[in-house]
Each structure stands twice: as C-alpha cells, then as structure tokens.
Write a protein of this length. Structure first.
Length: 64
C-alpha cells in the first residue's frame, strides 16, 4: 500500500484507474483525493463496471 502521508505536493488533477480492483475502498479513494488534490482540484476515476462500489463512492463524495 502506498504511504500517502509521505506525499508533499498537491495537484490540480488526480487520475486514478482500477483502484477498486487494487483493493481500495470508496473511503480510501476519498482519502487519497483529499491528500493529493488542491482545493477545487478534480479527481477522475476510470473503472470497469462496479456499480455497487461506484454508488458508495458517489454517496461519500456528496457528503464531503
């Protein structure tokens, strides 16, 4: 697992692919984006058809 606390930079855009297949959960993805994205940055997630996990992620994004 990547140790995100070691990252010092933030980014305008974070592109992620297949994170659910790599064992990440929706809350993990939100935490990654919070750490790596600049304020008003954009997180882009490209995933295969994982409807349950995508709904969970979108619910968390709506609450953030």
């Amino acid at each position: 697992m990547v140790e995100f606390e070691k990252f010092q930079n933030t980014y305008e855009i974070v592109l992620s692919t297949d994170l659910f297949d790599a064992g990440f959960t929706a809350i993990n993805i939100i935490n990654i984006w919070r750490k790596l994205l600049k304020i008003n940055g954009e997180g882009i997630l490209i995933i295969p058809d994982k409807k349950d996990q995508v709904k969970q992620l979108l619910d968390l994004v709506d609450k953030s």
